[in-house]
Design a protein around this ligand. Structure first.
Ligand SMILES: [Zn+2]
Length: 234
C-alpha cells in the first residue's frame, strides 16, 4: 500500500488519495515539535571551529524547524515542504507553505483542492524522491549537496553523529562511511537496533536519537551544552 501511494503513478491515477497520504504527513510535520536532541546538536555546532552540516534522508524538514540554518542542511531525498510540477513542465521547486491540506482521516482522501503548478496548471506533487520516481526534480537537493561538499573540503577531523539510520535505506550510512574514508572522520552511530560500527575507533550507542544525544551531553558537560552566547556559527 505504502509503496503504491508513495509514487508519481499514484498522483496520476488517484490524486486525492496520493495527496491524502502526503497531505496528512505534511500537516503532521508542520505540527511536530523537534526533540531536545536538535538543540544539543545546534549548540555543539556552534562550539566547533567549522560548525556543522546536516545530511538527512528524512523529508520532514525537522532540522529547519528546529532552527538550523537552511544553508547547512542537505535533504538528500527532498522535502515534503516543497512542491514541483507532476509532469514536470520545468525544473522548478517551490514552497508548499500556501497549501493547507484538508484530509479525511477515514478514507485518507484530500477534500480540498490539491496544489497546482503555477506554470502549466498541472497537478503539483511533493518534491520528495518516491518509489519508481524518474521525475523527481533534484535541483534544490543538488545545490544543497554542492554546498555540503564545499564545507567538507574545508574541515579537518570531522565527527559524524549518525541518528537512527538503518540499513534498509542506506543513503545516510553511505554518507557516514564516506566521511570516515575520504575525510578521516570518526563515527558515533546512535541506533537502537543496528548500532555496530565499522572500526574500533568508532562508537555505537544502542539507543534512540534523543536519549543518545542527551547521554553524550552528560559526558561533555555544561561547557559544551549550555546555550551559546554571542558568536556566529564558529
Ligand atoms: Zn507544470
Amino acid at each position: 500500500m505504502w509503496l503504491q501511494i508513495a509514487s508519481p503513478r499514484a498522483f496520476q491515477d488517484s490524486p486525492e488519495l496520493a495527496w491524502g497520504f502526503y497531505g496528512h504527513r505534511l500537516s503532521l510535520y508542520r505540527e511536530t515539535v523537534p526533540h531536545a536532541g536538535f538543540e544539543l546538536l545546534k549548540r555543539w555546532g556552534k562550539k566547533t571551529i567549522n560548525g556543522l552540516s546536516v545530511f538527512t534522508s528524512n523529508v520532514d524538514g525537522q532540522f529547519q524547524k528546529a532552527g538550523f540554518d537552511p544553508a547547512l542542511v542537505y535533504d538528500c531525498h527532498g522535502s515534503i515542504h516543497h512542491l514541483q510540477c507532476l509532469a514536470p513542465c520545468r525544473e522548478d521547486v517551490w514552497s508548499a507553505e500556501d497549501f493547507l491540506p484538508d484530509v479525511d482521516q477515514d478514507s485518507c482522501r484530500l477534500r480540498n483542492a490539491p496544489p497546482m503548478c503555477p506554470h502549466c496548471g498541472a497537478l503539483a506533487r511533493p518534491n520528495v524522491l518516491m518509489f519508481g520516481d524518474w521525475a523527481w526534480i533534484e535541483r534544490r537537493s543538488a545545490s544543497q549537496a554542492d554546498r555540503q561538499e564545499k564545507w567538507l573540503s574545508q574541515v579537518s577531523r570531522p565527527v559524524v553523529i549518525e541518528l537512527g539510520a538503518g540499513t534498509a535505506i542506506p543513503s545516510v550510512r553511505h554518507f557516514s562511511h564516506r566521511v570516515i574514508h575520504e575525510f578521516g572522520g570518526r563515527l558515533i552511530r546512535i541506533n537502537p537496533g543496528e548500532w555496530e560500527v565499522p572500526t574500533r575507533l568508532d562508537v555505537g550507542l544502542p539507543m534512540g536519537a534523543a536519549n543518545g544525544l542527551v547521554s553524550i551531553a552528560k559526558i561533555l558537560g555544561d561547557e559544551w551544552c549550555s546555550p551559546a552566547t554571542g558568536g556566529g556559527d564558529g
